[in-house]
Design a protein around this ligand. Sequence first.
Ligand code: PGA
Ligand code: ZN
Length: 426
Amino acid sequence: QFTDLRAHEILDSRGRPTLAVTVSRGARHATASVPSGASTGRHEAHELRDDDSARYGGAGVLTAIGSVNGELRELLCGRPWHELSGVDSAMRDLDGTPNLSRLGANAVIGVSMAVARLLADADELPLWTWLRVSGATARLPVPHFNVLNGGVHARTALAFQEFMIAPLGARSMGDAIRAGAEIYRALRGLLTDAGHSVGLGDEGGFAPEFTQPEDVLRLLVRAIEEAGYPAGLDAVAIALDPAASQFCQPDGSYVVGGHRHSATELVQRYVEMVRDFPIWSIEDGMAEDDDAGWQEITDELGEHVQLVGDDNFVTNPALIARGADAGIANAALIKPNQIGTVTETLAAIRVCRDRGYRQMISHRSGETCDDFIADLAVGTGCGQLKAGAPARGERVAKYNRLMMIDTACAGLPYGIPADARSTPGR
Ligand code: PGA
Ligand code: ZN
């Protein structure tokens, strides 16, 4: 039986308000705080904002906090709950809308994460051992460090949103984190030498004025090598999240670095990038509604490259299953606040596993120092986590948690599970 449930307003990494939720059972307390995206898919669960322009330009979350302190508190306190799935489905029933727009998905996911923490604590288990998907074994994920930001996370002339480095071939978690930090440092040096700004974007990556993605890729390979690592699919590879919905035009064309492309031309541009650079994964290469474009990129590259659906799948088990039926993408991004409960997040991972789709657990561009997703990535054994640059508190909170788990539990394997890795090894 939960004895108390409370939320209050805190700031996220962009200085916008969000919720911290604390659930109590007697002397036991657990807190979770809620992230927020900027390049969101249209079918994400609804983040409830106050729309009161007198506070935070309308971005306040007092209404969502009211849901926690009012209806959700009444629902959860005072009767016995044993399972997170029961709590999550009761919250969804109480909300009564398909996208949690009445109580607010930001309220519901905060409660769900806090309850998961409390139940794990009550079982005297670390969160990562408690967050399980049947058939999966725990492992440490390959960190995907977003070292150079564009798109809506930087508002420069660079259309592509995220350029990540992925130490696929590292021998351990510690080696992977070290590679990320050393390459980030080398990249900073190269940017400085070339007279570029080393100011940062929303996810802690550098945000210099580049226009062509190929120029960035060339620089990344130099940074990887300058830091003393081989750039390659079995060493340090590159992952992209162009977030193409953001540069897709109303007529269905795509504008990248001043060039207007049809979907077919954009796919061919990716094919050339994959040929010229050690790219192992592309997320949202096509816009969320461009089914034909997704089909095309999957046909062209799906055999060799991980193709991750984010804006189109929005961590929704039904949408992932539909994508798998259509043969679109071969992996899904997993963001708990996109779907609204931890139970449904685990269900989305289960659908991926059943359909042979890989999974990458993900932060949001607006983050807090909550490290829930690090435990989620380890517990579900998916092998991949993206949490931004190896810099800035809200990003390193996740990577530091991975290092803590690694130290506390020696012997956990690192990397992408062998069965899930067969496709992208050219
Ligand atoms: P967001 O973007 O958190 O700003 O929505 C992250 C992503 O596109 O993966
Ligand atoms: Zn994305």
